[in-house]
Write a protein that binds this ligand. Structure first.
Ligand code: BYC
Length: 326
């Protein structure tokens, strides 16, 4: 029998201008938008895109650090690293739940990650080659995440903003454990100091790329700023991160790999050199050093975990039947 042709779903109705105006007035008044509130289709779409990318980043972000759990140099370091990686799984789950409040299924988002349609943070496509990378990731990557997410904790969408409040608390611990590893290595042997400097040299520029393209090349910023999902631009947050990090590097006696770094007395900003945007574009297009490896690892983990999902569903169905019968 021939399969009947699928009728395409009807196009969503255009947003009613009066509803849009009322929504924008709420945003302007600083109100929080909650899942059951009316919102423009485009607001829902933008948030779904950004929150899903964020959740994926937390999950893929477990891989570079997970790589070092078995090789942590002491029991204390191993415990902190395990706790950090576990926290990241929690952050991913939180944000996937937040995304579900927008009416999208987690399965669908995970499928988009696994088949390469969805983006996740560029930073996790770089390899972790030494133990010092664990310190530098905590210091730079979690440091950058705090700068970005502290502002997102004031985002207009309630579930996202509330998730950020809790996540930022944990990111603070992550950053401290990373900076402490770096401070210890900085006081160590010449080989340890060289290992630390090498990690800093490899992760500095990719960390600056975490904040996204420069404002003039950021297609989503204007809309997200207007709807107060973003409260600061990519360049503003990047500058804040540089201003915070330079004195931290000076305090432990390491060098940031940028000959153009200089303090501007007038603006009180640390000015920095040109970011390699061609590299950034390559990485977010799937051609970074580890993109394929990361996706392969996530797909393999998903396939290996199929029995757990099946067992959980069977258990839930059994409990449901028992409750129904009682
Ligand atoms: N990497 O118009 P733009 C963590 C994409 S994990 C990849 O400026 P937007 C942690 C962007 O999606 C924390 N893609 O975009 C975990 C857009 O593409 P599409 C991760 C990037 O959304 C484990 C296009 O480029 N944090 O902390 O206005 C261990 C144009 O960009 C990137 C978040 O996810 C990038 N770096 O601004 C340790 C924070 N940058 O979708 C630590 C939440 C840009 O149009 N997200 N793109 O095809 C955000 O704040 C914003 O989405 C961004 C980008 C600032 C990242």
């Amino acid at each position: 029998m021939a399969t009947p042709a699928k009728t395409p779903p009807p196009a969503p109705p255009a947003d009613d201008p009066a509803l849009v105006a009322a929504f924008e007035a709420r945003i302007a008044a600083g109100e929080s938008i909650e899942p059951k509130d009316w919102m423009p289709a485009r607001y829902r779409k933008q948030l779904t895109r950004m929150m899903a990318q964020h959740a994926h980043s937390e999950i893929v972000g477990m891989l570079p650090e997970g790589n070092w759990i078995t090789r942590a140099p002491t029991l204390r370091r191993k415990m902190s690293l395990i706790a950090k990686v576990q926290d990241e799984a929690g952050h991913g789950l939180y944000i996937y739940c937040g995304t579900e409040t927008l009416g999208v299924e987690r399965d669908e988002l995970v499928e988009q990650l696994h088949d390469g349609r969805a983006k996740y943070s560029s930073i996790f496509n770089y390899p972790t080659l030494s133990w010092a990378d664990m310190g530098v990731i905590g210091w730079f990557v979690d440091g950058a995440a705090i700068v970005n997410q502290t502002v997102l904790a004031k985002a207009s969408y309630g579930p996202y903003a509330r998730a950020m409040v809790r996540i930022c608390k944990e990111e603070n611990f992550h950053k401290r454990q990373g900076y402490e590893i770096c401070a210890t290595l900085a006081k160590g042997t010449p080989a340890q100091r060289a290992m630390l400097q090498d990690a800093i040299d490899r992760f500095w520029w990719p960390s600056l790329m975490m904040f996204g393209p420069s404002d003039k090349d950021s297609p989503n910023s204007a809309e997200l700023l207007r709807w107060r999902v973003k409260r600061k631009t990519n360049d503003e947050l990047r500058q804040r991160f540089v201003n915070l990090t330079v004195p931290q590097a000076q305090a432990i006696g390491v060098t940031l790999p940028d000959p153009d770094l200089r303090f501007n007395e007038e603006t009180k900003n640390w000015e920095f050199g040109e970011i390699d945007w061609a590299e950034f574009r390559e990485v977010i297009s799937g051609n970074g050093p580890c993109n394929r490896e990361r996706l392969a690892a996530r797909n393999a983990a998903h396939a290996e975990g199929a029995w757990v999902r099946e067992a959980a569903l069977a258990h839930a169905a059994k409990r449901h039947r028992t409750t129904e019968a009682a």
